[in-house]
Write a protein that binds this ligand. Structure first.
Ligand SMILES: Cc1cc2nc3c(=O)[nH]c(=O)nc-3n(C[C@H](O)[C@H](O)[C@H](O)COP(=O)(O)OP(=O)(O)OC[C@H]3O[C@@H](n4cnc5c(N)ncnc54)[C@H](O)[C@@H]3O)c2cc1C
Length: 408
């Protein structure tokens, strides 16, 4: 089928990369990005880091500058929520009643923060962070001496805690698990991250879930399940996201924790694709559908899905990779934290190291702290049986190791 018009539902990271890829591959038809935010596509990672700290401005976040969109004839509809895709007629319906013709649709609607009920008359003391507007609103509350309780010790929680702490805010992180970040990095690395946060002056309250959040009388009070309370001027909730699958449901797409797509990004309806945070893509390597909420995944899937629309291969099944900047360190991670043995290369005490996650002698993942240069090689070693001593030996060139060891 000839494609004249491709519409993306959502105008975030994935949609922006898909649009760039379509033009780079020579697609000359109409490209229309439909986004419900009032902003052109922008990057989210700085929202909890440099942008929140006031070190980056709005323009530096933009993914598809206006001049590029004009030159490339990429159309953008902002403030426009899509409500339904009609694959039969090849159209996308908007909340305001408009109907857009589309030969192919990419659903890249991302996710929204999971929320907590808040009691009391001052609910605006409780913040979330997903959009540029959220970041600007939060930034106005982060002044020296302010007290912040961060609910959730995941990546976003630790990044916000770190940024707030550098701005002179008094930060307490509350986390239901015994250790923050343990689900992502495993207990040993999580312990190192927790110690770094504490050494920076952040208070950690771990191992007890939240019972309630009340905001009134000039403060917010978080009550934990054991009856203890944490009082602060503001709270930020960072307890994960809910994928924006509503349009998939109204359009009859298969959904199970995310929009189900095959290895090529195809949904259960013809010419309708999904990618990015909202998509649960089938991975041959994992033997199941995986929904991943990282920048690199949004880029890879956006690119692969655009390729697939144009009749090229849309398969991308490389190990996941992400980074986080917190408490003065750059953290990078690839693969999975499933392991029976953790091998350190470099010095954990000095804070600069790569840790390899091995399971039955096979590399499953790697974590690098201020050693991002090793993560690319580490990624290539995933799935290979590597003698631990060679990984730990800093004189070993990791790229050379690839030629020596076989894929298991
Ligand atoms: C504060 C923050 C920090 C982050 N830091 C990192 C990091 O350090 N490293 C990393 O790897 N990842 C990070 N991420 C994750 C990364 O930004 C996301 O994985 C990425 O943005 C996902 O892109 P996406 O296009 O799938 O979704 P999004 O970027 O969320 O874009 C989806 C867009 O679709 C819109 N939309 C939803 N429904 C509709 C509809 N019905 N009609 C029209 N539009 C709709 C949404 O409003 C949104 O604008 C961070 C995310 C946040 C929020």
């Amino acid at each position: 089928m000839t494609l004249d018009t491709i519409v993306t539902v959502g105008a975030g990271q994935t949609a922006a990369v898909a649009a760039r890829t379509l033009r780079r591959r020579g697609f000359e038809g109409r490209i229309l990005l439909v986004g419900d935010e009032p902003h052109p596509p922008y990057q989210r990672p700085p929202l909890s880091k440099e942008f929140l700290a006031g070190q980056q401005d709005r323009d530096s976040l933009l993914l598809l500058p206006e001049q590029w969109r004009e030159e490339q004839s990429v159309e953008l509809l902002t403030g426009a929520a899509a409500t339904r895709i009609d694959a039969g007629t090849g159209s996308v319906e908007l909340a305001d009643g408009r109907r857009l013709a589309a030969d192919a649709v990419l659903v890249a609607t991302g996710g929204r923060p999971r929320t907590l009920p808040v009691r009391g008359p001052e609910p605006d003391r409780v913040h979330y962070l997903r959009t540029i507007d959220d970041a600007e609103g939060l930034a106005t509350r982060l002044h020296p001496g302010a007290r912040l309780v961060m609910i959730g010790g995941g990546l976003i929680g630790f990044e916000i805690a770190s940024t707030a702490q550098t701005l002179g805010v008094e930060v307490t992180v509350v986390e239901a698990d015994p250790l923050p970040l343990a689900r992502i990095f495993g207990a040993e690395i999580a312990e190192i991250c927790a110690c770094t946060a504490q050494a920076s002056g952040v208070t950690l309250r771990c191992g007890v879930p939240i019972d309630s959040v009340a905001a009134g009388r000039g403060e917010v009070v978080v009550t934990l399940a054991d009856g203890a309370t944490v009082a602060a001027d503001i709270a930020v909730v960072g307890i994960g996201i809910v994928p924006n699958t509503e349009i998939a449901r109204t359009s009859g797409l298969a959904v199970d924790g995310g929009i189900l797509v095959d290895a090529q990004g195809r949904t259960s309806l013809p010419q309708v694709y999904a990618a990015g945070d909202v998509a649960a893509r089938f991975s041959d390597a994992a033997g199941t559908h995986l929904r991943v909420e990282h920048f690199d995944n949004a880029n890879k899937q956006g690119m692969a899905t655009a390729n697939r629309m144009l009749g090229r291969t849309g398969v991308v099944d490389t190990p996941h990779w992400f980074w986080s900047d917190q408490f003065g360190a750059n953290l990078q991670f690839t693969g999975s934290a499933r392991y029976s043995q953790l091998i350190f290369r470099g010095s954990a005490d000095a804070g600069e190291f790569t840790a390899f996650y091995l399971d039955n002698g096979v590399v499953r993942g790697a974590f690098a702290r201020d050693r991002g240069g090793e993560i690319g090689a580490a990624r290539e070693l995933i799935g290979r049986a590597v003698p631990p001593a060679r990984l730990a030996d800093e004189s070993t060139d990791l790229f050379d190791l690839m030629d020596e060891v076989t894929v298991s």
